[in-house]
Design a protein around this ligand. Sequence first.
Ligand SMILES: O=C(O)CCC(=O)C(=O)O
Ligand SMILES: [Mn+2]
Length: 385
Amino acid sequence: MVCYVMAKMASSMVESGEDVFRKIFKIYKRRNPPPDFSDVIDFSKGVPSDKIVAAKLDPAAVSDVEAARVGLQPVRDWKVFGLRGYPGFIFISNPFLPGSQPFWVRQCLKTYPQKPNVCNLDMHMSPSDTQDIWDKSVHGNSFTPSGKREPKTLLERLRWVTLGYHYNWDTKTYCANHYTPFPADLHLLSVQITAACGFPGFNAEAGILNYYRSDSSLGIHVDESELDHSRPLLSFSFGQSAIFLLGGIHRQDPPTAMYMHNGDMMVMSGQSRLLYHAVPRIVPAPQGHTALEMEGCSLASSLQDRTVVKLVSEEDWAVCSRYIQSSRVNLTVRQVLGPGQRFPETPSSHQRTNAGWTVGYHDGPADGENGKRRSSCDSGDTVDT
Ligand SMILES: O=C(O)CCC(=O)C(=O)O
Ligand SMILES: [Mn+2]
């Protein structure tokens, strides 16, 4: 049945000029009438699906102590899945230890948006204004100098943050001279996960955080700006759930829809490293998924000296937990350069297009119904997916 629908879509594309991926993206994005979610794969339910296949990890690559230091369960306990037809795609259903996630959520909301990292607000605000996004949002008064009420806090207006080699949304490149140190804690987390997935020696060099509200979406794109595509791309999801669409190498390949819930992780590697993907919709987290109990933090606190994961204060957690009750944070980690590789001399010379169609990248989640994406400077210059 699904195949029949897809075939119909492919043939109607010729008439409408719209590719299959975009059609399915629009179906899942639609509010009225809401789409049928029954085909969306939910790895957390362990629902048998003929699309889900076993994925093999290397549990010996990461000791239990090393895993616990970054807040992960022992690798042998991870619930890991692959997808038929997507070699190199690995889905890990929330591998975090109870109580360790508040730390990573706090890093995403409080620490990583800090300078010298770059965020969307920098594009039209002065460095002093974007200096303390967290403090200004949590403690600042909510009134502008003119006495008018500020509609949103800076934290609520945050849409993306870049780490390490800062992605240039306009040229769609990374470059050697726009680099700030990659967060050591996130590097370690990424190294442990990639080692368990069979990629020793991963070097986390660039990160993109996307902040989604309940009406945000992320356009169809391929992550191909990194110079070494043999290295995997990691993706972490916190807070509300997303419908994630994973397509093929062509826009007319029908994508597979899956839920990404709080704590879930994806690894895109091998033949699945350069596939089209998108987030058409944010959906409410299933009951209990974001209720990250604070008592679990005592586990981290008893190991404080040896762990990367630190105790989150109740005050900070109150802000984080309120945020993720209505929003989603996605964090992707990328290795940009292969071993010994350097950036080409001319910054634009590694931009690529494929015959007949330009491989698009995205410029952060877009809000609302219009199906457009935000430009890097948030100027209203939008790009259609
Ligand atoms: O939010 C997601 O799950 C996807 C993010 C993504 O594809 C990206 O940042 O490149
Ligand atoms: Mn992507």
